[in-house]
Design a protein around this ligand. Structure first.
Ligand code: CA
Ligand code: CA
Length: 306
């Protein structure tokens, strides 16, 4: 009797399992069928023949200058293809995380005003092979902010079935990251910040940066000037407080940042890590940055000196 009941239960469970399976199969099948129907329907909306540029259409960005303060962009394009070109589309991004350039820049240059989103050199394909042309974009009255990259592709007028058509040449696209023009030349090849480094000449070499004032320079975070005025990677010396990586006799945020940069490999590990290894496990890691921040907050004391 007990066995019969058990078997009955088992069969019931099995049946339940089968009906769930059938449900899934039906669901998947209906999704596939729906997909096919939608695809067939959408297909009718896509033109069978797209207008294409001849393969030999090509332009390249010969040079550019971008003044971030005045918000002015100058680009020089060269036609290095085999065909004449009428103009180009230009779009930009103002954020490094933006994959697609979506900001239309055409209206900020005279030849792009009221041209429906393109920059046109004339009413025909007037930009000839091996010619160069410079366009200036005044973005000072725009709310674009700082440009990060631009994308350009040529456009052409083409005869198709007796009609003059306007085609864009997406396969000849140019993509370029835009950097600001360095307006103030670095003055690092002069004197270190007085008074403590008075007379020490900074050679303007690696990791040396402008301190902001004229004739003042300093080293990047994590580097310190040596007696020759060169920026050397910090290292820990005997007697240096543990937690004070830059050796300025103060444990502060900069020390925590240096540790974090070493940990994330933005900075190389110093030869002697003693002053950075607050947790004292023979390694510079994120725990050390945490302990330094606790020292800064007064919740902890430096474990001692190197
Ligand atoms: Ca320090
Ligand atoms: Ca450590």
């Amino acid at each position: 009797m007990w066995l019969q009941v058990k078997m009955l239960q088992h069969t019931k469970l099995n049946k339940k399992g089968v009906s769930i399976m059938i449900g899934y199969v039906l669901l998947v099948t209906s999704a596939v069928v729906m997909g096919v129907i939608v695809y067939q329907w959408i297909k009718t909306y896509v033109p069978t023949e797209t207008l294409e540029c001849p393969e030999g259409v090509s332009i390249f960005l010969k040079e550019y200058s971008y003044d971030c303060d005045l918000k002015e962009l100058n680009i020089t394009l060269k036609n290095n293809g085999r065909f004449n070109v009428a103009g180009y589309f230009i779009h930009g991004t103002n954020d490094s995380t933006q994959e697609l350039a979506t900001i239309d820049l055409s209206s900020y240059t005279p030849l792009g005003k009221d041209k429906g989103g393109s920059v046109l050199f004339g009413t025909t394909n007037s930009f000839e092979p091996s010619e160069g042309i410079t366009s200036s974009f005044d973005l000072s009255n725009s709310d674009i902010g700082q440009l990060y990259s631009i994308e350009i592709f040529p456009v052409r007028f083409q005869e198709e079935k007796g009609k003059n058509r306007f085609v864009s040449c997406g396969n000849a696209k140019i993509k370029e990251t835009i950097n600001c023009k360095i307006i103030i030349e670095s003055s690092c090849n002069s004197v270190w910040e007085p008074p403590e480094n008075e007379g020490v000449v900074c050679d303007g070499g690696e990791h040396c940066i402008d301190a902001g004032e004229e004739n003042e320079c300093t080293c990047e975070l994590g580097y310190l000037p040596n007696e020759n005025g060169e920026c050397e990677l910090i290292t820990c010396v005997t007697g240096q407080a543990i937690g004070d990586l830059d050796g300025d006799e103060d444990i502060d945020n900069e020390d925590a940042i240096i540790v974090a940069k070493i940990y994330s490999e933005e900075l190389p590990e110093p030869e002697n890590i003693c002053c950075g290894d607050v947790y004292q496990n023979e390694d510079i890691d994120i725990l050390d940055a945490l302990l330094i921040s606790q020292i800064i907050n007064g919740d902890r004391e430096s474990p001692g000196v190197c």
